[in-house]
Ligand binder design. Structure first.
Ligand SMILES: *Cc1c(COP(=O)(O)O)cnc(C)c1O
Length: 380
């Protein structure tokens, strides 16, 4: 069987067929050395000098993500935020960037507070509307368009291919936060994006036991060299143990994402016409914003994230989250255990999130149990 015939599920399960050359081990060891021996002539024939940027522990996960995303190179970071902010820090003061109004809250805050004071010209727009993107973009001065799809926590979908075309024409890079879609369901680089970011804390690792981030580029260009230096010199790096756990977690990526995705659709359909629920927000529901785009750009499912708006309002929504037993009341997403969160409480003043909204991260438990638990909590 030619290597190119092997499906992503297969090479992911085997960690790209990694074997230790000397010990014949099928699982990497955890390298703990911060430094590497110099040659007698003071050179470094190993190619490695120092752990901050050249930790061998990064390599299995970086190589696997690069292959899954059809990219040129991947860099791991100490968190999703470290990866995302590296993309913006690699720009220059005065550069104009477009980002969505609805997006991951911490990054939105960082863009509005930190990046703006540092000199980036940040404009938040209705990213799901191609006409709005087209009219906001300034050819020559817009250097980056940031897309998140499906976007936290309303799960609105942005057409990556259409946005890539607009960015490309204007000479801007398109970066996609693909954390909730995962490479199982969407490959943004194949749709024309230049960069893909993941909070590997979430589905890539999948077990809620570390923070990590990744960036994958389509091309090794000037911007990417600056991203590299944010990690290498700025030191936004991941530890060896976390890198190893991430590689281990990724071996089951396809099983986990497909199970979560199938269950999320079942849960969304179950509560879609329930009087206790004002609205179910899920890209897999026909009629939901961007469903057609999602059906085109996501393969094999619509992801494990959905939100519900509780008909009786904010206090009732908080009450539902207080009364679930199987769903754990916690932030974050993409783990094997299901989580429920009253999102507006976390985001605080200025949040665009409806006050009656509960964000659900579906895990790999039996979906009937998850439905029954939500049902009893809604009844209280
Ligand atoms: C969690 C998350 C991030 C930030 O990642 P961390 O690993 O928590 O730093 C960014 N984008 C999305 C969509 C996320 O869910």
């Amino acid at each position: 069987m030619a290597e190119s015939d092997v499906h992503p599920e297969s090479f992911t399960a085997q960690g790209l067929g990694w074997v230790d050359e000397t010990t014949r081990a099928l699982v990497p060891s955890i390298p703990m050395s911060s430094t590497f021996l110099r040659d007698p002539d003071n050179g470094y024939s190993s190619g490695r000098i120092y752990m901050r940027d050249q930790n061998p522990a990064f390599e299995p996960a970086e190589a696997l993500i690069t292959k899954l995303e059809h990219g040129e190179q991947t860099l791991l970071f100490g968190s999703g935020m470290a990866a995302a902010t590296a993309v913006f820090m690699a720009l220059h003061p005065g550069d104009h960037v477009l980002a969505p109004k609805v997006m991951y809250w911490s990054l939105r805050n960082w863009l509005l507070n930190f990046a703006t004071s540092w000199g980036l010209d940040v404009e938040l727009i209705e990213m799901t509307d191609a006409a709005a993107v087209r009219s906001a973009i300034r050819p020559g001065s817009t250097k980056l368009v940031w897309v998140e799809t499906p976007a936290n926590p309303l799960w609105t979908t942005t057409d990556i291919a259409a946005t890539a075309e607009i960015a490309d024409e204007a000479g801007a890079l398109l970066a996609v936060d693909s954390t909730t879609a995962t490479p199982v369901l969407t490959q943004p680089l194949l749709l024309g994006a230049d960069l893909v970011m993941h909070s590997a804390t979430k589905y890539l690792n999948g077990h809620s036991d570390l923070t990590a981030g990744s960036l994958t580029t389509r091309a090794d260009n000037d911007h990417w060299q600056r991203v590299r230096s944010v990690r290498a010199q700025g030191g936004a790096t991941l530890g060896s143990v976390e890198s190893w756990l991430l590689s281990r977690g990724m071996r089951t990526l396809f099983l986990r994402v497909r199970a979560a995705s199938d269950s999320a659709l079942r849960i969304a359909e179950h509560f879609d016409h329930d009087d206790r629920v004002a609205e179910v927000l899920y890209p897999g529901l026909p009629g939901f914003q961007g469903h057609e785009v999602a059906a085109r750009q996501m393969q094999g499912g619509f992801g494990g994230m959905l939100s519900i708006r509780v008909a009786a309002g904010e206090a009732a929504a908080i009450g539902v989250a207080a009364n679930t037993k199987l769903w754990k009341r916690a932030t974050s997403l993409g783990g094997v255990e299901s989580l429920i969160e009253h999102r507006a409480s976390i985001e605080g003043a200025g949040t665009p999130v409806p006050l009656d909204l509960l964000r659900l991260s579906v895990g790999i438990e039996n979906p009937a149990d998850l439905i029954a638990d939500l049902d009893q909590a809604l009844n209280r």
